[in-house]
Design a protein around this ligand. Structure first.
Ligand SMILES: CCCCCCC/C=C/C(=O)SCCNC(=O)CCNC(=O)[C@H](O)C(C)(C)COP(=O)(O)OP(=O)(O)OC[C@H]1O[C@@H](n2cnc3c(N)ncnc32)[C@H](O)[C@@H]1OP(=O)(O)O
Ligand SMILES: Cc1cc2nc3c(=O)[nH]c(=O)nc-3n(C[C@H](O)[C@H](O)[C@H](O)COP(=O)(O)OP(=O)(O)OC[C@H]3O[C@@H](n4cnc5c(N)ncnc54)[C@H](O)[C@@H]3O)c2cc1C
Length: 675
């Protein structure tokens, strides 16, 4: 038996796909260790996949697209119960990476009844509840004795937290908070699993003590009777209805009618209200926003994975789909041979790798900040907030674009739900909105950039933090890309730095200039905000390139290093062309240099071509996880598309009731009137 570098090869696979795998120049297991950040984790993912493959009770009973929403929720609850019961046989206890993989395999991306329990409820209690409160609630939450969510957004306000309408008014006499929803727009609206599944929530409400508004605070709130699951008195609660995707999750609404909770249900790790109503301030005003920062930090990797789902499907399918000829004397080619197809897919493969590397760095920083904040050190909170605000926005935006390109790259079959592309797109694109609408979060990063620009302008560049130190550096007058014999990544990084620095300083100038002309600060901010957000995007894209460079520098295995270097070349050239207006407008890069960049791009598209399938196989998604007929590992697409269509509920009978009831009489009367 020949040992191939690509570990996805099996006998009996579609030979067109096998031929792609045979040309792979690197070991896909080793690449998986880069993607999942450690050899051990990549191996555990494979082991978990194998365990699940052997347990049919953990498989979907039929394809998701053939189920109603109610059926999907039932099916998901069945599997959730099984994995809860058998969790310790499948994953290491409390290993969140393994849990994430188990969920993706068994439950899928459409959500499940305890999605927000793990994503936000437990992280909120972990970071914001006092030790005493954690003893009371966190252990029960981890054991799944109670199910919770994070209820912040309202019908009328999601972005502007200061104007939430839900109030928590302290009653000194009874030592209780009274939660109240004064209007329809004050109803909590959107929280995942609030509608039907959760019996508790961490609720964000404006806290009032003795008539003073202390702003948004977090409270642990029982919503439903623990035995009967009926809503408690004073609570109005339900599901908000179907969404673009993610419909297994019951996003919900919630209203309070003078609903009382004990004083000690205010989450009090950092903030306190004494029995007499004395307020004890937290060490940082935004410390209670930690559950949002948790999701923003982790969703970068989650988005990279969804982008890679789509790219795996499209790249494998493009290797078995033959259509048209390039040389008319030759047979029809795989559509992956077309340069346009490669240009559509490969730069996004590079982006997906770049995103997962940036995501790993972000989680590391998040964990460091979490530890420091627990000891009272809040000095890195602003940096983390700025970084995650930019990354969640840029990564979710390009992920949605990439998935849509991948769908189109699959032609007509990409439009079928058999591809699963529409669900992947629908779930991923939610990331542009949740955890802070992208424009809003880019503006959060812009505040940080403007402050940094102000340090540069006042000669205080030495005070710049490491994420923005480049803003204080001096630029060369022109880029040296193509102008030195050893044009390497350093020249590209310098060029991206120049572009981000120039845009940041220009946008800040515009803002400060408007204020100098007499505009009030918020008006000047609004009038500069498009330029400011451009700066935020460019800064974030620079960070992503740098994270990619850092990772490639670390890789020791020469075969991996070579292919990752090729991907990085593709990435920097593609990114530079994509932002060429910025590079050209001050003559930092000339049009002849851009011609070189274009040539490099085409060179690397061709160089990556033999490794394309191996690069997507390296993410090691099982067929169960991908849930896509087009993306099957074995490449047997056509016979399985036919089988999938035959299984459509519409094909259970030859004649539908709608035909009997309407179409037949219609045709009959049309025929009769002709007689
Ligand atoms: C696979 C599918 C999974 C699906 C799961 C989906 C789960 C989704 C859950 C949710 O969506 S939960 C709801 C999320 N909601 C939001 O993200 C709301 C967005 N809005 C905000 O975060 C805030 O309102 C705001 C935009 C950050 C503004 O907050 P606020 O009004 O309180 O700020 P200001 O008083 O204007 O102060 C700004 C000041 O504060 C700093 N800051 C803000 N947040 C943080 C933070 N987290 N950490 C540190 N610092 C923070 C900010 O930088 C400003 O600082 P300065 O510039 O003034 O120094
Ligand atoms: C799938 C999904 C899951 C969710 N899960 C939860 C959850 O579990 N818990 C929860 O509490 N919430 C949840 N949400 C709600 C989500 O966090 C909010 O919808 C999101 O933060 C955006 O707020 P918004 O809806 O108020 O948007 P809006 O603020 O109304 O946005 C509308 C437009 O106004 C613009 N805009 C608003 N403010 C500004 C500004 N200051 N400057 C410039 N432009 C601005 C935005 O850019 C956008 O273009 C979820 C949402 C989705 C889609």
């Amino acid at each position: 038996m020949v040992h191939h570098q690509n570990k996805a090869i099996r006998e009996g696979d579609n030979p067109d796909l096998t031929a792609e795998r045979v040309t792979g120049t690197f070991d896909t297991h080793s690449m998986a260790a880069q993607i999942y950040n450690s050899e051990a984790h990549a191996r555990r993912r494979r082991e978990i996949t194998e365990i699940i493959a052997k347990r049919p009770e953990l498989h979907d009973t039929k394809p998701f697209p053939f189920m109603t929403r109610e059926e999907k929720i039932l099916e998901s609850s069945r599997k959730l119960t099984l994995i809860t019961k058998h969790m310790n046989e499948i994953i290491e206890p409390n290993n969140s990476n393994e849990m994430f993989h188990l969920n993706n395999e068994v439950l899928g991306i459409e959500g499940h009844p305890m999605a927000l329990h793990g994503i936000m409820f437990i992280p909120a209690l972990t970071a914001q509840a006092s030790e005493e409160q954690q003893k009371k609630w966190l252990t029960r939450a981890i054991n799944r004795e109670i199910v919770g969510t994070y209820a912040q957004t309202e019908l009328g306000h999601g972005t502007n937290l200061q104007n939430l309408e839900t109030t928590a008014t302290y009653d000194v006499a009874t030592q209780e908070f009274v939660l109240h929803t004064p209007t329809i727009t004050g109803l909590k609206w959107w929280p995942g699993n609030l509608g039907k599944s959760s019996n508790y929530a961490v609720v964000v409400a404006l806290m009032f003590i003795k008539g003073k508004n202390y702003g948004p605070h977090t409270f642990m709130v029982p919503l439903r009777d623990e035995k009967t699951h009926q809503p408690l008195k004073g609570i109005t609660i339900g599901d908000i209805g179907p969404k673009i995707a993610y419909n297994v999750t019951d996003n919900g609404f919630l209203g309070f009618d003078h609903y009382r909770i004990p004083r000690t249900n205010l989450l009090m790790r950092h903030t306190r209200v004494e029995p007499d109503g004395t307020y004890v301030k937290p060490p940082h005003a935004k410390i209670n926003y930690s559950a949002m920062v948790h999701v923003r930090s982790h969703m970068i990797t989650g988005q990279a994975i969804m982008l890679s789902y789509a790219l795996t499907i499209a790249t494998r399918y493009s290797s078995v789909r033959r259509q048209g000829q390039i040389d008319t004397t030759q047979p029809e080619v795989k559509v992956l041979e077309y340069q346009t197809q490669q240009h559509r897919l490969f730069p996004y493969i590079a982006r997906a790798y770049a995103f997962v590397f940036a995501g790993a760095e972000t989680v590391k920083l998040y964990e460091r900040v979490l530890e420091e904040v627990a000891t009272g050190n809040v000095s890195l909170m602003a940096d983390l907030h700025a970084l995650t605000s930019g990354l969640k926005s840029v990564v979710s935006h390009y992920t949605a674009q990439g998935i849509e390109q991948a769908r189109m790259a699959c032609g007509g079959h990409g439009y079928s739900q058999a591809s699963y592309m529409s669900e992947i797109f629908g779930v991923a694109v939610g990331g542009c909105t949740y955890e802070g609408e992208n424009m809003v979060m880019l503006l959060q990063l812009a505040r940080y950039l403007v402050k940094s620009a102000s340090l540069v302008k006042t000669g205080q560049s030495s005070k710049l933090g490491p994420l923005v130190a480049y803003l204080g550096a001096k630029s060369d007058s022109t880029s040296l890309i193509d102008r030195t014999p050893t044009t390497g990544f350093a020249e590209y990084v310098k060029t991206f730095q120049h572009i981000a620095r120039r845009q940041t300083l220009k946008a800040a100038d515009k803002f400060f200039g408007l204020m100098e002309k007499g505009e009030k600060r918020p008006i000047a901010w609004n009038k500069s905000s498009v330029e400011l957000n451009r700066a935020s995007r460019l800064h974030t894209r620079l960070y992503i390139v740098e994270a990619f460079v850092r990772r490639v520098e670390e890789v020791a295995d020469p075969r991996l290093k070579e292919v990752l270097t090729d991907l990085l070349h593709l990435h920097v050239n593609y990114e530079l062309l994509d932002m060429s207006t910025y590079a050209l407008e001050d003559g930092f890069v000339s049009s002849s240099q851009l011609d070189y960049v274009r040539d490099q791009l085409y060179f690397y598209l061709a160089k990556i071509r033999p490794n394309a399938v191996s690069l997507v196989d390296s993410w090691e998604f099982s067929d169960q996880e991908l849930r896509s007929v087009l993306g099957r590992r074995d490449g047997h697409v056509y016979e399985n598309l036919f089988a999938w269509a035959k299984a459509s509920p519409l094909n259970k009978t030859d004649v539908l009731p709608s035909v009997d009831k309407y179409l037949k009489p219609l045709m009959e009367s049309a025929r009769a009137s002709k007689l």
